[in-house]
Design a protein around this ligand. Structure first.
Ligand code: XBP
Ligand code: MG
Length: 253
């Protein structure tokens, strides 16, 4: 089937947001609340096994900080802490410290010029998506994406396929007409669970994950002056463009 749309994950895929964005934002919110919790780079890598910030805080308390006495209304308490984290995260992004990953802007531009439809399917909070797009591509870029499916819009977060299924239904497209872009094992399980062929671009937190279900696993989308390594074929360096994506969209897994 002809390729009609590209569906992008956000964290780790559009930009390397986790280590230097989400992580310090969580720590700043903890400090504001008078908590002495410190999520260092290594611990945060372990906590990334759970998607969703609120879910991640609860997982931390259940597995890494079991002494901590949660207040009675723990859902509301965690939600308040997480709102503070979102405020810090949006501020960090607005400072322009987190760039898009190589090839992202180039590919979005090419897709728009060719009339491909664009969507986002992410676990992160909607404000975070807006802040990233505004800070990196300008305010008008929000309108490039026909659907921005984010956060608690579906009852189950990745690896559940619900968020990708939601985006497909909102676009009224079958999975065979689309490609997904992901950076993590949980993300890949979600996209392939929705029937989507998926291009994976790894980052330092995810490069050792099992990506055997991806149509291709790359270091990044690549730029003309810095092509990206194919992790399963290290001699091959690629610059992901629409010609290549149309071929991948035909690939049978
Ligand atoms: C992203 C996440 C998110 C962010 C934090 O996963 O797991 O939880 O780390 O965002 P994916 P919130 O890239 O697979 O969508 O704190 O806003 O939940
Ligand atoms: Mg991701």
């Amino acid at each position: 089937m002809k390729l009609q749309a590209l569906i992008f994950d956000v964290d780790g895929t559009l930009a390397d947001t986790e280590r230097d964005g989400h992580r310090p934002a969580f720590n700043a919110a903890f400090a504001d609340a008078g908590l002495d919790w410190d999520w260092d780079v290594a611990l945060y890598g372990e906590l990334l096994s759970v998607t969703g910030g609120k879910e991640r805080i609860r997982f931390y308390l259940e597995h890494y900080n079991t002494e901590f006495q949660l207040p009675e209304n723990s859902d509301a308490w965690i939600a308040g802490l997480h709102q503070a984290k979102t405020r810090h995260y949006v501020r960090l992004l607005s400072e322009g410290l987190i760039p898009l990953r190589p090839g992202v802007k180039r590919l979005l531009d090419e897709a728009r010029q060719s009339g491909l439809r664009l969507a986002i399917a992410t676990t992160t909070t909607p404000e975070n998506v807006t802040a990233l797009l505004e800070a990196t591509l300008g305010r008008e870029s929000l309108a490039w994406f026909e659907v921005i499916a984010a956060g608690d819009i579906v009852p189950k977060k990745k690896p559940d396929p619900a968020i990708f299924t939601y985006a497909l239904e909102a676009m009224n497209l079958p999975a065979e007409a689309c490609l997904a872009f992901e950076d993590s094992r949980n993300g890949l399980r979600s996209s392939t669970g929705a029937g989507l062929r998926t291009v994976v671009t790894v980052n330092d937190y995810t490069r050792h994950d099992d990506f055997s279900a991806a149509v291709i696993t790359l270091e990044s989308l690549g730029e003309p002056d810095a092509p990206a390594a194919d992790l399963n074929n290290p001699q091959s360096k690629v610059i992901v463009n629409l010609t290549m994506l149309r071929e991948l969209a035909k690939a049978v897994n």
